[in-house]
Design a protein around this ligand. Structure first.
Ligand SMILES: [Zn+2]
Length: 188
C-alpha cells in the first residue's frame, strides 16, 4: 500500500525523472526488495525459534536468485562473530566458490553492525537493503551497533555500494521482530 502511494508521488513530481520514466522498474525493484527482506525477517524469527541466536536474518541474492538465507548463529556456534550477515557472506562465498560477492545484493533484517558492514564492504556487494533501524535492536538490549558506520559519518568507503533502508511495510515488519521475540529471547 505504502509503495503505491510513494510511487504516485514520485510520478507526479516532474523533478524526479528517473522514477517517472521508469515507474515499472521502480515498482518491480520495490517488490523484489520487499520479497527478499521479508525472507530475512523470517530468518530472524527462525533463528530465535530454534535457539541459534539473536533475532537477525540475512539473505544474499544474485541475479534475482537467492544464494543463501541465514540467521544469527552466535549461540549455536559459540561464536560472537556469527552474526546473520557474516554467516551469509561465508556461506554464499562457499556456495558460489568465490572470495567476493560482487554483483550480489545483501538483505539484512536489521541495520548491520560495524563488523558486518565491514564484511559487506570487503565482500564487494552491489547493494545493501536493511529493514529495522539499529535503535530497534538496541531498545531490547543489543549494544554492539554503531549506526554511524553506514550513516555517512564513518571511515568506510561507500562509493561502490548503494545502501537503502527498505520502503514501506518491509521495514515495519522487520522492526516488529524485536517486539515479537523480546519475551522469548534472553540476552547472551
Ligand atoms: Zn553484525
Amino acid at each position: 500500500m505504502d509503495e503505491t502511494v510513494e510511487l504516485t508521488v514520485l510520478e507526479n513530481d516532474k523533478t524526479i525523472s528517473v522514477a517517472s520514466k521508469f515507474p515499472g522498474h521502480q515498482e518491480e525493484l520495490q517488490e523484489r526488495d520487499h520479497e527478499f527482506l521479508s525472507l530475512a525477517v523470517e530468518e530472524a524469527y527462525n533463528g530465535v525459534n530454534c535457539g541459534h541466536g539473536g533475532p537477525f536474518g540475512a539473505v544474499v541474492v544474485l541475479n534475482n536468485e537467492i544464494v543463501v538465507q541465514c540467521h544469527n548463529m552466535v549461540l549455536e556456534y559459540s561464536d560472537p562473530t556469527a552474526h546473520a550477515e557474516i554467516t551469509a557472506v561465508r556461506e554464499a562465498c562457499k556456495k558460489l566458490g568465490r572470495i567476493e560477492l560482487s554483483g550480489c545484493d545483501m538483505y539484512a533484517s536489521c541495520e548491520p553492525c560495524p563488523m558486518c558492514f565491514g564484511a559487506i564492504h570487503l565482500a564487494r556487494f552491489k547493494r545493501l537493503v536493511y529493514g529495522a533501524q539499529a535503535e530497534a535492536a538496541i531498545a531490547i538490549g543489543f549494544d554492539d551497533f554503531i549506526a554511524d558506520a553506514i550513516r555517512g559519518t564513518a571511515q568506510y568507503q561507500k562509493i561502490n555500494l548503494e545502501i537503502k533502508r527498505a520502503d514501506g511495510s518491509g521495514a515495519i515488519i522487520a522492526e516488529e521482530v524485536f517486539r515479537n521475540t523480546k519475551a522469548k529471547f534472553q540476552m547472551y
